[in-house]
Design a protein. Structure first.
Length: 366
């Protein structure tokens, strides 16, 4: 693939995204949203930090286009909330019934009890039995969602001292985990890093084949066994080779069969044990990939994998317009796990660093 054309997109933002703002404090790609929500999005934090920065000229058109895709991906959530705001907050006076209906609407959007309660309390403060315009409600919604998400907006640090930096990728089948691995490998290779991928989901031939294709596209080395091979053995062999040959990063795919949760978790624990025989600090990160279309089921996945696999961060995929992306707000409020990136489609540029304010504005505006 051509890497030069991607520098300001995925490579620039997710791997080495620098500050794309000009002297006036505004980036050329600042999104066009309502004035009360649009003021100066902060510079994007890199989801994968390898101490490089992107030129402002490379990112000029990317951030505007990315926000539009993110906003489109959250349409199901934002439209439902926006329509509710328009319908509820047109009365002359704010009353208990209106607040209850709005709180129910926020809960149906999977924002969680804590966030929904805080939003409705703030709306009612000093305004009870008075009017409040829909525009002001959207502003409060955006600010409170950002307040929840800002503490978890994180970066996946690729440590130079680790040769390789080992990233264990976990998640249930169908979340886009294998594709996410391929995209991250593409970004790392695009930054000149020596990358290896281990096809540890040995129960699905398609997963192995998919990673082989990504390896051919990106130039990343792929270590794979036969279908049904011991996943821990594949991980062990990969780390042994990656250590001997001084790779910068090793991404390890894993199976995701929650229908047999005990066997899955035992397999993950075995993978971690064998990695530790070569490098006691490995894996250096455990990244959980979540499917945004699953709604509340994503919360269960966080709880299971966090307990058993020691999750250090999240990637949310499939924000494609059918998603229930509000669940990320609920997960952030309950678990405070860093969110490294979000994905809106299948293309390499459709996986970008997570930005709390962008996500909040996209939810608050239809």
């Amino acid at each position: 693939m051509s890497q030069s054309g991607q520098k300001g997109g995925l490579f620039g933002r997710l791997l080495g995204g620098g500050d794309s703002k000009g002297a006036d404090g505004k980036g050329a790609g600042d999104v066009e949203v309502e004035a009360e929500a649009a003021d100066n999005f902060p510079a994007h934090a890199s989801a994968l930090d390898i101490a490089e920065t992107a030129d402002a000229s490379d990112t000029a058109g990317v951030e505007h286009g990315w926000f539009n895709r993110l906003k489109s991906g959250l349409t199901k959530t934002s439209s439902r909330i926006s329509d509710g705001i328009s319908g509820l907050f047109t009365q002359q006076k704010l009353d208990a019934s209106t607040l209850d209906e709005f709180e129910d609407l926020l809960l149906q959007a999977d924002l969680g009890v804590e966030t929904a309660t805080r939003i409705t309390e703030r709306i009612s403060k000093g305004r009870y039995d008075k009017g409040i315009p829909p525009q002001e409600v959207r502003k409060i919604l955006s600010e409170e969602v950002e307040r929840v998400l800002q503490p978890v907006a994180g970066r996946l640090l690729i440590e130079d001292g680790n040769k390789p930096h080992v990233i264990l990728m976990v998640g249930v089948n169908g979340t886009g985990k294998t594709t996410t691995i391929g995209k991250l490998a593409a970004q790392l290779v695009g930054k000149g890093k020596k990358v290896m991928v281990a096809a540890g989901d040995t129960f699905r031939a398609a997963a192995i084949d998919q990673l082989q294709v990504w390896g051919e596209r990106t130039g990343a080395t792929v270590v794979a066994g036969d279908v049904g091979a011991d996943a821990a053995g594949v991980a062990f062999d990969a780390l042994k080779q990656a250590t001997a040959e001084r790779y910068d990063a090793l991404l390890i795919d894993t199976a995701g069969r929650l229908q047999n949760k005990q066997a899955l978790m035992e397999e993950l624990e075995k993978v971690v044990r064998v990695l530790g025989k070569i490098c006691p600090s490995a894996p250096h990160d455990c990244v959980l990939v979540l499917d945004a279309t699953t709604g509340q089921n994503a919360m269960q996945q966080v709880e299971v994998f966090r307990e058993k696999a020691g999750v250090t961060g999240l990637v949310m995929t499939k924000l494609d317009g059918t998603a229930r992306g509000g669940i990320l707000v609920s997960i952030a409020a309950r678990h405070q796990i860093p969110v490294f990136a979000v994905g809106v489609g299948e293309g390499v540029d459709d996986l970008q660093a997570f930005d709390a304010r962008e996500f909040a504005v996209a939810i608050a505006e239809a």
